[in-house]
Design a protein around this ligand. Structure first.
Ligand code: GTP
Ligand code: MG
Length: 549
């Protein structure tokens, strides 16, 4: 369609492709599982229902993404392994990890009632995720062995810990009692003090769960003689095994061998490899961080849920409510701007949120946004059932100055204007009887002014009288608390509320009037490169800086 002079901000986006022949692995963990499990009163040391819910979400991931061929999880984490030839999202790490975190979270919120019919989901679940690239199958094997050892150690510890608590010890006393314990000692403690044979506890608790795709034969139809026509289909199946990285287990699984390779028996776990599993990239210090998230296949999602065209206020208000939840949860997010199925979140320059670890910040935001979207769906669409969990991808970009950050936001608002004007014309033409191809042809090469005229002359629509949310998008930020409050925060003792506004953020006047948002105002020497105020998209103005193609 059209470009704006702000598009240069895209050059700040960095590539993060996982190069072949590295294997792509995504590791997902709850954000603050302890709090989540306390508030939802999960059974200790293991809650079977909560684990089955996690397993069910992991199965959904394997069903949704054909390239994920194996996954392993226990307690509060899950790991997903992609087939070695995967081209999923051009192997871009941020897209992949965000999508998995988002889909997992929205599925978790969707399935909650199925597993906890009598328990309310009290707040939106969210997860961290990261991509780990494994240089070879051997590295993957070390990773999986490391996680399964962790499952065992962790479960043994928690089993002892909660048995001691049940026997009357305080948390501190139980920790002290288990401080230097070896595996053998803990096994004995369980047996001697509580008569528990650890090996008899459920496999799912001790060994974790692995899900892999197996090939099954499905009858697709019958031929003219009534004979069944069968087709092979891959279906996720759940297993529990003592050693997932044993040759015997792995090499018998056709899909694993085909998509990842044959396993050799490994000796010990190599500590250097584990360092690489823990390594995470940090975003540049003293830069604004933008997290931009975008709905995945929302064209289909909006069709299936019959969103009004070109703008559905309910859907946009739902997106806004999710953005408000993000600002309420994360104090370092100081501003957000949203349009259509996308939202950009601005983190302040000095933010140390998640130690500026890129994957943690992206996944935390996208994951929370996704589960809130599911939880608030009914409020905005009381008459419509959510047919499947939505997902969003995300990325992080750093911007070094206030001016460039404001240009970034201007870029998104110009895009909103261009798209909305085009879409309004397009759908008016279609509603008036033109086919989609005819409407497209009609609009090809038209300038902003011509679209204004088309709307006013043919459809008696004054573009500037359309709802401001459609034309300007939505901005979300904090202001000093007034009497009529949306959710509130206590920031440095000052009561604040998060508001949704539909202002013009291209013009400097907005930033001058709200200088506290970014915590600084641009100095005079830089002000020349700021979009001049005549580049306004405000009422009645024909923007002269769009160079339409
Ligand atoms: P990917 O992001 O690449 O996965 O594709 P996408 O299908 O999500 O398309 P894209 O992000 O480029 O554009 C968002 C799409 O969401 C639009 O093209 C619309 O089809 C749909 N959409 C977003 N908001 C609305 C709305 O309010 N009403 C309707 N009808 N559709 C909407
Ligand atoms: Mg999209």
């Amino acid at each position: 369609m059209a470009n704006s002079k702000y598009e240069y901000v895209k050059s700040f986006e960095l590539e993060d492709e996982v190069m072949l022949p590295n294997l792509i692995l995504v590791r997902l963990t709850y954000r603050n599982f302890e709090r989540f499990s306390e508030i939802h009163e999960f059974e200790k040391p293991n809650d079977g229902k909560a684990l089955n819910l996690m397993n069910s979400c992991a199965i959904a991931v394997l069903e949704e993404y054909p390239d994920v061929v194996f996954s392993y999880g226990f307690h509060d984490e899950y790991s997903f392994v992609f087939k070695k030839t995967s081209k999923f999202y051009q192997r871009r790490a941020s897209k992949i990890l965000s999508l998995i975190a988002s889909f997992f979270s929205s599925t978790y919120a969707t399935k909650w009632k199925e597993f906890f019919p009598h328990k309310e989901l009290k707040y939106p679940p969210s997860f961290h995720s990261r991509v780990i690239s494994c240089a070879s199958l051997e590295v993957l094997q070390v990773y999986l062995g490391w996680r399964q050892n962790a499952c065992h150690d962790d479960n043994l510890y928690r089993t002892c810990f909660w048995m001691l608590i049940r026997s009357g010890k305080t948390k501190e006393e139980a920790k002290e009692a288990l401080k230097d314990g070896q595996k053998q000692g803990r096994n004995e403690l369980l047996f001697q003090m509580f008569g528990i044979n650890y090996k008899k506890l459920p496999e799912m608790f001790r060994q974790g769960s692995c899900i892999l795709k197996i090939e099954v034969e499905d009858v697709v139809k019958c031929d003219e003689n009534g004979m069944p026509i069968k087709r092979l289909r891959r279906k996720p199946d759940i297993f529990h095994t003592q050693k997932i990285v044993a040759k015997k287990f792995w090499n018998e699984k056709f899909v694993l061998v085909k998509e990842l390779g044959t396993l050799e028996e490994i000796g010990k776990i190599i500590p250097e490899y584990i360092r690489s599993f823990l390594f995470e990239n940090k975003l540049l210090p003293s830069t604004y961080i933008i997290i931009r998230i975008d709905g995945c296949h929302f064209h289909r999602f909006s069709d299936i849920h019959e969103f009004e065209k070109p703008n559905d206020s309910r859907a946009l208000n739902l997106m806004n409510a999710c953005a408000v939840a993000v600002l309420n949860e994360f104090q370092d997010v100081v501003f957000a701007y949203g349009v259509s199925d996308e939202y950009s979140f601005v983190l302040k320059k000095t933010s140390q949120f998640n130690q500026r670890h890129s994957s943690q910040i992206v996944s935390a935001i996208v994951s929370l946004f996704s589960s809130v979207y599911v939880m608030k769906w009914n409020k905005f669409f009381p008459q419509k059932t959510l047919k499947y969990p939505p997902s969003f991808d995300g990325r992080a970009v750093c911007y070094p100055s206030t001016e460039i950050l404001q240009d970034y936001l201007a870029w998104r608002q110009v895009d909103c204007h261009i798209n909305n004007q085009y879409n309004t014309c397009f759908w008016m033409l279609v509603k008036s009887g033109k086919t989609k191809a005819e409407a497209q042809k009609c609009l090809k090469g038209t300038q902003t002014r011509e679209k204004y005229e088309l709307l006013s002359q043919h459809f008696c629509i004054d573009y500037n009288s359309l709802p401001v949310m459609f034309r300007h998008g939505s901005s979300v930020y904090r202001v000093k608390k007034s009497t009529s409050a949306i959710p509130e925060n206590d920031n440095n003792g000052e009561l604040q509320e998060v508001i949704v506004d539909h202002c013009n953020i291209i013009e400097q006047s907005f930033w001058k009037a709200h200088s506290s948002i970014l915590g600084e105002t641009p100095d005079d020497s830089d002000s020349q490169i700021i979009a001049s105020t005549d580049a306004s998209i405000s009422e009645g103005h024909t923007s002269n800086y769009f160079c339409e193609q």
